[in-house]
Design a protein around this ligand. Structure first.
Ligand code: NAD
Length: 241
C-alpha cells in the first residue's frame, strides 16, 4: 500500500485530496493545526482505518523528522508528500508588519521546507518518491494586497523547480499545483461582490472545487506523470487576474 502524507488535510483542498487518495487505495497521514480539527476530519472520514491524523507543529524540524521516521517505520514507506497547508492574507502593504509577514512565510514556505527535508532522505533510501506543493495562480501574477502571500507562493515555485533539479537523481519527482480561486473556507469568507466579478474573469465560468485540485495531485503523484518533474501545473479554469 502506498503512503501519502498531506499537510493541511483537515478541510478545503487538503481534505478533498485526503479523500481522493484514500479512494485510490493509499494509506494517508493527514496533518492539521490542532487536535480538535484533526479529530473532526477523521470523524468526517468515518474513522477510516487507512487514515491517521497528526497535529505536530509543521515548522518544528525535530518533531517533524521524528514523525516522518515513525511513519516510515509504521507503514514501510513515504511515497508521496503533499505540502498543502497554507494561510492567505490581504492586508494592505502600508499596514503590514514583520510579524504578519513571518507568520505567512512560516506556514507557507518554512513548513514545506521542513517537511520536504524530512521526507527526502526517506525517499532517497527507497529510491523513489513524489513531493508536491500547493502553489497558487498568484505565483505568476502577484496580487495587489497581502504581499506575503504571493511572495510565499513565488518561493514555492522556486522550491519546486530547484528540488526537482536536485532530487531527480534519487528518483524523486517534485511538482506543484497552482490553483485558481477554489471554493474553500478561504474563499467562502469573501463577500459576494468580490466573488462574482472573479467568476466573470474565469473562461470556464465557475470557481474551482477542491476536488478539481485533488485530481491534479492524484495525477502528479501517479505513474501517469512518471516523466513530469519541476512543473507548476495551473488548475484555474484559465482565470485571468
Ligand atoms: P483552508 O483554509 O480551507 O485550509 C487550510 C489548511 O491548512 C487546513 O487544513 C488547516 O488545518 C491548515 N492550516 C492552517 N493553519 C495552519 C497552521 N498554523 N499549522 C498547520 N496547518 C494549518 O484553505 P485551502 O483553500 O484549502 O488552502 C489550501 C492550500 O491551497 C493553501 O496552501 C492555499 O494557499 C492554497 N490555495 C488556495 C486557493 C483557494 O482559492 N482556496 C487558491 C490558491 C491556492
Amino acid at each position: 500500500m502506498k503512503v501519502c502524507v498531506i499537510t493541511g488535510g483537515t478541510r478545503g483542498i487538503g481534505f478533498a485530496t485526503v479523500q481522493a487518495f484514500l479512494k485510490e487505495g493509499y494509506k494517508v497521514v493527514l496533518y492539521g493545526s490542532r487536535e480538535e480539527t484533526v479529530t473532526k476530519a477523521l470523524n468526517e472520514l468515518n474513522n477510516d482505518p487507512n487514515v491517521e491524523g497528526r497535529w505536530t507543529h509543521l515548522i518544528d524540524e525535530e518533531a517533524i523528522n521524528k514523525d516522518f521516521a515513525e511513519i516510515k517505520e509504521k507503514y514501510g514507506s513515504i511515497d508521496v508528500l503533499i505540502n498543502n497547508a497554507g494561510i492567505s492574507d490581504s492586508t494592505p502593504f502600508l499596514q503590514y508588519s514583520e510579524s504578519l509577514f513571518t507568520k505567512v512565510m512560516n506556514l507557507n514556505v518554512i513548513a514545506p521546507y521542513v517537511c520536504s527535508h524530512a521526507a527526502a532522505p526517506i525517499m532517497k533510501e527507497q529510491g523513489h518518491g513524489v513531493i508536491l506543493f500547493t502553489s497558487s495562480m498568484v505565483s505568476k501574477e502577484g496580487q495587489p494586497s497581502g504581499v506575503a502571500y504571493p511572495t510565499s507562493k513565488f518561493a514555492i515555485n522556486g522550491m519546486t523547480i530547484s528540488l526537482a533539479r536536485e532530487l531527480g537523481k534519487f528518483g524523486i519527482r517534485v511538482n506543484a499545483v497552482a490553483p485558481g480561486i477554489t471554493f474553500t473556507d478561504m474563499v467562502k469568507a469573501l463577500p459576494e461582490q468580490m466573488i462574482n466579478p472573479m467568476i466573470q474573469a474565469i473562461p470556464l465560468k465557475r470557481i474551482g472545487e477542491p476536488e478539481d485540485i485533488a485530481k491534479a495531485f492524484l495525477f502528479l503523484a501517479s505513474d501517469q506523470a512518471s516523466y513530469i518533474t519541476g512543473a507548476v501545473l495551473p488548475v484555474d479554469g484559465a482565470m485571468m487576474v
